[in-house]
Write a protein that binds this ligand. Structure first.
Ligand SMILES: Nc1nc2c(c(=O)[nH]1)N[C@H]1C(S)=C(S)[C@@H](COP(=O)(O)O)O[C@H]1N2
Ligand SMILES: [Mo]
Length: 379
């Protein structure tokens, strides 16, 4: 073997600070992630720096409820139990030998946009960058479920991460608990749901779930369990902490407000540029741009208003539609008159779903997809 300089002979499982910079295809001039909480680390992507369909791994937002668990490839096991014919335990190498696929998927935290709600809510105050899009490689969950043999009476699948801790604010958790969430069996059996070991072509970094995480395309981020260790096929609805107390909202079923787990992403467009109170020059063409995404369908159109919602013009959808992936868009604006202008962007998906003007209190502080405005100064 030729001599390799020390800095490039890096384990593919090395922690972030030891990894080669060349793994990260980040453009220079990136302003850096924004800290929303330091321990555990919760970091936001500065959305105005949106530069392409794929979010480089080093720029991807991080949302963790507990400290990163200390896992190794050698020690990690994945157990599939519950209402199955054969309980399975897989090692990392066994998982890596199963058929794999790569899916591009946008993850958005259900609380993204919370900073702009009033009155100021509890929880992490994400601006608009708790969202990103990556290519995820792993084994389709259906492959594992087929091997285990799902029993006829199964209705849900519960996923648990290795991270754990105690929630000390009311409503308190019953001691230390793991992060866990369930999917209805119908979603768990869709081919896009992956047991993932690589992100943007590289092994998952610790902060994004190393060695293995779930990725549930089309659903808000809380469903994509990091540091995945246990998959339990269940015959009863799962009512865990992050299924009922957090990441749940009021749905009115036959007139009765019913606590319902947050699930599919809601259709949404975000403006990357201009930024709030950005100064633009009158008469100089300006490229308004951003991204739009929805749950399980495709974006049909994005419209832009430069007069506070009085009139709307179509934006141009860029590149091709890729399933489960945000669509970049742009609109060329020539601001004529000096003064303050209120810009809005509104996405509509193929099912005709569009964004509300107000955030419904029934959604608590989740699923924040109301049309957001950006006020700019033209001078
Ligand atoms: N085990 C575990 N999985 C988790 C979480 C967590 O705290 N623990 N956070 C969830 C939430 S709320 C989101 S939005 C996504 C964020 O994934 P990312 O940190 O890779 O961006 O992970 C989800 N999976
Ligand atoms: Mo989240």
């Amino acid at each position: 073997m030729p001599d390799v300089p020390e800095t490039t002979r890096i384990s593919q499982y090395a922690p972030a600070e030891q990894r080669a910079a060349s793994e990260v295809p980040a453009a220079s001039g990136f302003p850096g992630l924004i800290t929303r909480e330091n321990e555990p680390q919760n970091l936001e992507f500065p959305f105005p720096s949106l530069a392409g369909r794929l979010t480089p791994t080093s720029q991807f937002y991080i949302r963790s409820h507990f400290p990163i668990p200390d896992l190794s490839v050698e020690g990690w096991r994945l157990t599939i139990n519950g209402a199955v014919e054969h309980e399975l335990t897989l090692t990392y190498d066994e998982l890596r030998q199963l058929p794999a696929t790569t899916v591009s998927a946008t993850l958005e935290c259900a609380g993204n946009g919370r900073a702009r709600l009033a009155p100021k809510p509890k929880g992490l105050l994400w601006e608009q960058g708790a969202v990103g899009n990556a290519e995820w490689t792993g084994v389709p969950l259906t492959v594992l479920l087929a091997r285990a043999g799902v029993k006829a009476e199964a209705i849900e699948v519960v996923f648990e991460g290795a991270d754990r801790g105690e929630i000390n604010e009311d409503p308190k958790s019953p001691g230390a608990i793991h992060f866990a969430r369930s999917l209805p069996l119908a979603k768990a059996q869709q081919g896009e749901v992956l047991v993932v070991y690589a992100m943007n072509g590289q092994p998952l970094p610790p902060e994004h779930g190393f060695p293995v995480r779930l990725v549930v395309p089309g659903w808000y981020g809380m469903a994509s369990i990091k540091w995945l260790t246990t998959i339990t096929v269940s015959t009863v609805p799962f009512d865990g902490y992050w299924q009922t107390i957090e990441y749940a909202y009021w749905q009115r079923t036959q007139g009765h407000p019913t606590m319902t787990p947050v699930a599919e992403m809601q259709v949404k467009a975000e403006i990357a540029r201009p930024m709030l109170h950005e100064a633009l020059a009158a008469g100089v063409p300006y490229r308004v741009h951003g991204a739009a995404w929805t749950g399980e369908g495709a974006i049909a159109k994005v419209e832009v208003s430069t007069d506070g919602g009085g009139t709307w013009q179509p934006a141009t959808l860029l590149e091709q539609d890729v399933p489960f992936t945000w669509r970049l868009w742009e609109y060329h604006w020539a601001p004529a008159a000096a003064g303050r202008h209120k810009l809005l962007a509104r996405a509509t998906d193929e099912q005709g779903q569009t964004q509300p003007l107000e955030h419904s209190k029934d959604r608590r502080t989740y699923m924040i997809n109301r049309v957001a405005s950006v006020e700019v100064l033209v001078q």
